[in-house]
Write a protein that binds this ligand. Structure first.
Ligand SMILES: CC(C)(COP(=O)([O-])OP(=O)([O-])OC[C@H]1O[C@@H](n2cnc3c(N)ncnc32)[C@H](O)[C@@H]1OP(=O)([O-])[O-])[C@@H](O)C(=O)NCCC(=O)NCCSC(=O)C[C@@](C)(O)CC(=O)[O-]
Length: 451
């Protein structure tokens, strides 16, 4: 009943948006190589470094531990004021639609969009003295902004990482609709499900059915998690064209998540890697607990680097570094990345931040400045790991896209369509979106629709 209601709301929203949005063609991935990537120099790393966080066993917070963030000396903040002078696009707002507003990037600002229907003036926010967007001049002139990549590949993990922790089983049809909506927003990669033991993760017991239902969906890649050969074979039989293996940098977490030691998991994954290579199936690697573990506390960067190198040597096309419980700050993330970058090429790395302490966007920003160009996120900030008690969802994809739009970094994702997907799943789950961007923009949209 709830899902019928959610579907109905989605259809109504879709008709509202389809009449006011400008369709923006999204490529699967950025075709061209963008601005040369740069990395922080040693000075910058020092600037961000902080004391390691402490663990107190006081029974509150994450699991049985309380993880205390240390005081972080942030670099002198530059106070960018995006006035009409530096961001002249604001003056052109009357000629554009709401969808255009949501997706505005410096690159598309100057294009001559076709407007299908005009919307009330309130949508254009004519009197607002701010903008999240930087124009080309900002990017060129500012030393820190110049270090941003031109394009970021977003790996959407909502249907898998986002839903795996949901207690109430989400119907397969809702998962499939969510995946389709995410694809139509332009996301190039949507992690669809996991072929894990249904006893361990009952929410994803319908993995085969999900794969069957999206067999004909085009426009994105759909990797799935496989913890062992059994999962790999089931995934391939179900039509998976890409898989992911997942190890941990923490011994205790490895045991609680996949019931074996790190070394045993690497042995299993070598078998999966061999089988995948035989079938020419690309495989991604994940590492959990890259800065902190709910059971062990601080995880040293050298442990992460060790596992990353093992996964890279196995043939993973990309290794995603997961702050599974969201305790990282740039002060712990940067040193971890420094160690990993020493053993794995930076263009083979992705970052995967949970937002438990509200640090995810700052960690992403620091990672981008170091040269990372692939970011995992979850629509509406869905998620949490069943084996990391207390961990909150992934960083919300809407928030990542909003920040990247503001930085002038391309993603090919249509924020308006993405918000529809977020609305759809949040409605189904009966809760507010975990994306601050989605909440803020929905308020403006709600206001506009009353006029
Ligand atoms: C790895 C296992 C299977 C070991 O589980 P186990 O109990 O040690 O395995 P087992 O080999 O002894 O088998 C036990 C039963 O599971 C079955 N089984 C065995 N393998 C499979 C399979 N692939 N698919 C379906 N069934 C399977 C097997 O056939 C057997 O069935 P039974 O004989 O009892 O009926 C289990 O621990 C498991 O499934 N764990 C998955 C946990 C999980 O999915 N965690 C969340 C993902 S990781 C994550 O979220 C972190 C990440 C990636 O997002 C990054 C981040 O956020 O930082």
């Amino acid at each position: 009943m709830q899902s019928v209601k959610a579907l109905d709301k989605f259809l109504r929203l879709r008709s509202f948006f389809s009449s006011t949005f400008i369709p923006i063609m999204a490529n699967l991935e950025e075709p061209a190589v963008f601005g040369k990537l740069s990395r922080f120099g040693g000075d910058k790393v020092k600037m961000f470094s902080s004391n390691p966080f402490m663990i107190r066993e006081n029974g509150t917070g994450i699991g049985d531990c309380w993880l205390e963030g240390s005081s972080l000396h942030s670099p002198k903040s530059s106070n960018y004021e995006y006035t009409e002078e530096v961001c002249p696009w604001r003056r052109q707002m009357r000629n554009v639609s709401w969808g255009d507003f949501l997706n505005r990037t410096p690159a598309n600002m100057s294009r001559n969009h076709r407007v299908f229907r005009s919307v009330p003036d309130a949508c254009y926010l004519p009197d607002r003295p701010y903008s999240s967007h930087c124009n080309d001049k900002c990017t060129r002139d500012n030393k820190l902004l110049r270090s941003m990549p031109g394009f970021v590949k977003i790996v959407e993990v909502g249907p898998r990482d986002g839903l795996q922790n949901e207690k109430d089983i989400v119907p397969t049809a809702v998962k499939v609709e969510l995946i389709k909506m995410l694809v139509s927003s332009g996301l190039p990669i949507v992690e669809a499900t996991s072929f894990v033991s249904p006893k361990w993760v009952p929410q994803l017991a319908d993995a085969k059915d999900v794969m069957e239902a999206i067999r004909t969906v085009e426009g994105a890649r759909f990797p799935v998690l496989t913890p062992n050969l059994k999962g790999f074979e089931a995934a391939v039989t179900a039509g998976a064209k890409e898989v992911a293996i997942f190890a941990s940098a923490s011994e205790s977490f490895s045991k609680s998540n996949i019931n074996c030691s790190i070394e045993d998991s690497l042995t299993r994954y070598r078998d999966v890697a061999l089988a995948a290579r035989k079938l020419s199936i690309p495989f991604r690697g994940y590492i959990s607990c890259v800065v902190g573990c709910p059971l062990e506390g601080v995880v040293s960067p050298s442990k992460v680097a060790y596992v990353a190198k093992e996964l890279y040597d196995m043939g993973c096309y990309e290794i995603s570094l997961g702050d599974t419980i969201g305790v990282g700050t740039p002060g712990t993330v940067i040193p971890m990345l420094e160690d990993v970058i020493d053993v794995v090429p930076i263009d083979k790395l992705a970052v995967h931040f949970h937002d438990t302490y509200g640090q995810a966007l700052s960690n992403i920003l620091a990672s981008l400045q170091m040269g990372i160009t692939t970011v995992d996120s979850s629509v509406s900030g869905l998620g949490g790991c069943p084996y990391a008690k207390g961990a909150s969802g992934n960083v919300a994809t809407e928030d990542v896209v909003y920040m990247l739009n503001g930085l002038g970094v391309k993603t090919n994702v249509d924020l308006g369509k993405l918000m529809l997907a977020g609305d759809f799943i949040s409605q189904h789950l009966g809760r507010q979106s975990g994306s601050k961007t989605a909440i803020a923009l929905s308020r403006i949209r709600g206001h506009a629709s009353k006029l």
